[in-house]
Design a protein around this ligand. Sequence first.
Ligand code: SF4
Ligand code: SF4
Length: 125
Amino acid sequence: MAKALTIREVPCNGCTLCCQGDAIRLEEEDRALDYKTETHPYIPGALMIAHKPNGECFYLNEQGCSIHSWAPSLCRSADCRSLAIKLNYDAARSLHMMGRLDFRVWLQGRRLIEAMAAHGGKDNQ
Ligand code: SF4
Ligand code: SF4
């Protein structure tokens, strides 16, 4: 069983865009045997979390992440707001066109940043 990691404070509020069609690479600290995996499409030799036929993460269900307490480290550090800060619109669109980024995730990051700004820098939860 993978060790439990600190849960990040992203106000996802039921959003699961990060769990749809993404390539969640396993990092050194993740124990591959703890997860159902597939070969990573872009990184030779790397593994990623397996997908369902519809492209969703294997571990996503109606309630959200079914392995929340031991989700891989990349899931634990995922924050669409960082992505929206790091990439401008054109860069995000370009990565989307290459199949390297789901533009909806970037857009959600922008929405959260705008919502935080409208609430004086605090998450709107
Ligand atoms: S896109 Fe943002 S709000 Fe949605 S699941 Fe990912 S981190 Fe959470
Ligand atoms: S492991 Fe959980 S948080 Fe990570 S992509 Fe799958 S459902 Fe989402």
